[in-house]
Design a protein around this ligand. Structure first.
Ligand code: ADP
Length: 150
C-alpha cells in the first residue's frame, strides 16, 4: 500500500490544499489529511470545525481520511505505516522552507520520503492566512475556500 500523510494546520483548508490532495489521489492508495495540533500554537478556527470542513471537502474521495495528530509528523507516519509525506509548493519561498523540514524529517526517518506537488498558477497566491484576513474583515473568501466558514 502506498500511504501518504498530508500534514498541515489547515486553518482553514483552502482550494490550494484541496488541489494538492486531488492531484495526489491517483498516486497513492491512501492519503491521510492530518491536522497537526500543537498545544502552544494559536489557531483561528477550532479543531472540530477544521476537521468537519476537510471531511466535507473530501467526502467523495474514498482514499482520503482526515485525522488529527499531536507530536512529530514522522511518528504519525510510522504509526499509520505511511512511507510518504505530501507537501504543496507555491513558490521558491515555500521551497526553501519545505526543503529544511523535509531534510530534518529524512534525517529522523530515512524510510519516509517527502513528495512535493506544485500548485497551479491560479492558486499559488492562496493561503490560509489570506483567508483568515478576509474572514476577519468580512471580505469575500469564496474564491479561495470551497465551503462556508461557519
Ligand atoms: P503548515 O502550518 O504546516 O504550513 P498549512 O496548512 O499552511 O500547514 O499548509 C500545509 C501544506 O499545504 C504545506 O505544504 C503548504 O505549502 C501547502 N499549501 C498551502 N497553501 C497552498 C496552495 N495554495 N497551493 C499549494 N500548496 C499549498
Amino acid at each position: 500500500m502506498r500511504i501518504a500523510v498530508f500534514p498541515g494546520s489547515f486553518d482553514p483548508l483552502t482550494k490550494g490544499h484541496e488541489e494538492i490532495v486531488r492531484k495526489a489521489v491517483p498516486l497513492f492508495d491512501k492519503i491521510y489529511v492530518a491536522i497537526g495540533e500543537n498545544a502552544n500554537k494559536k489557531y483561528c478556527f477550532p479543531i472540530e470545525k477544521r476537521l468537519q470542513w476537510i471531511r466535507q471537502a473530501f467526502a467523495d474521495e474514498s482514499k482520503v481520511e482526515v485525522v488529527v495528530y499531536e507530536g512529530l509528523t514522522i511518528d504519525f507516519c510510522r504509526k499509520v505505516g505511511a512511507r510518504f509525506i505530501l507537501r504543496g509548493l507555491r513558490n521558491s519561498m515555500d521551497f526553501q522552507y519545505e526543503k529544511d523540514i523535509a531534510e530534518a524529517n529524512r534525517h529522523l526517518a530515512p524510510e519516509v520520503e517527502t513528495i512535493f506537488l506544485l500548485s497551479s498558477p491560479e492558486l499559488a497566491h492562496v493561503s490560509s492566512s489570506l483567508v483568515r484576513e478576509l474572514y476577519h474583515h468580512q471580505g469575500n473568501y469564496s474564491e479561495y475556500v470551497s465551503f462556508e466558514l461557519k
